[in-house]
Design a binder for this molecule. Structure first.
Ligand code: 5GP
Length: 201
């Protein structure tokens, strides 16, 4: 069985990646989402084990120290990390895996697993981003400001990614993401056995 594809997706906070990914998961049943661990407090409606594993700083450090985090980073005062085991298991089963992580984590994964495909989702403008962040209404003013400042810094890393997708219209962004996934999967490097199969038949 060929190994699945690892898709690293980064976007500034409130950049709309959650909605895009939700659509992608509805349209591609081979796709799995890695559920991250975080020390941040849950937002209303967020469920433990579904949106994140909400854990204490001590539990987080234990996971890091025991080598159970594929990558991890601090973001606006909290820790976030990707539990290693489910990702490795799905990839070995030939399933494609999405990591929804920040730019620091993205850089770590690219080093560790150079075969991964990275996509940066950008908002059409900072004005739209600010509006989305405020409309969400889940953060206080100082956090909104910090997240906007972080977004500016993150955007300066967007060009390190393999692809940039502009999230203007949702349907277009989803289509772009699925097209990237399909074209990357078609590449020879992802199908090392393909020539052998042609020769054998
Ligand atoms: P939020 O608090 O808005 O859910 O996430 C804040 C930032 O942390 C987002 O950029 C999100 O992509 C990132 N993030 C979420 N999970 C992880 C993770 O496991 N590792 C890293 N490095 N970043 C993460």
């Amino acid at each position: 069985m060929s190994k699945g594809l690892l898709l690293v997706v980064s976007a500034p906070s409130a950049g709309g990646k959650g909605t895009i990914l939700k659509e992608m998961f509805q349209q591609d049943e081979q796709l799995r989402l890695s559920v991250s661990a975080t020390t941040r407090q849950p937002r209303p409606g967020e469920k433990h084990g579904e949106h994140y594993y909400f854990i204490s700083e001590e539990e987080f450090q234990n996971l890091v120290n025991s080598g159970n985090m594929l990558e991890y980073a601090a973001y606006v005062g909290n820790s976030y990390g990707t539990p290693r085991e489910p990702v490795e298991k799905w990839l070995a089963e030939g399933l494609d895996v999405v990591l929804e992580i920040d730019v620091q984590g993205g850089a770590q994964v690219k080093k560790l697993m150079p075969d991964c495909v990275s996509v940066f989702i950008v908002p059409p403008s900072m004005t739209v981003l600010e509006k989305r962040l405020r409309d969400r209404g889940t953060e206080d003013e100082s956090t909104v400001r910090k997240r906007l400042e972080t977004a500016r810094q993150e955007l300066s890393h967007a060009e390190d990614y393999d692809y940039i997708v502009v999230n203007d219209r949702l349907e277009d962004a989803v289509e772009d993401m699925l097209a990237i996934l399909r074209s990357e999967k078609r590449k020879y490097a992802r199908n090392p056995g393909v020539i052998q199969k042609v020769l054998e038949q």
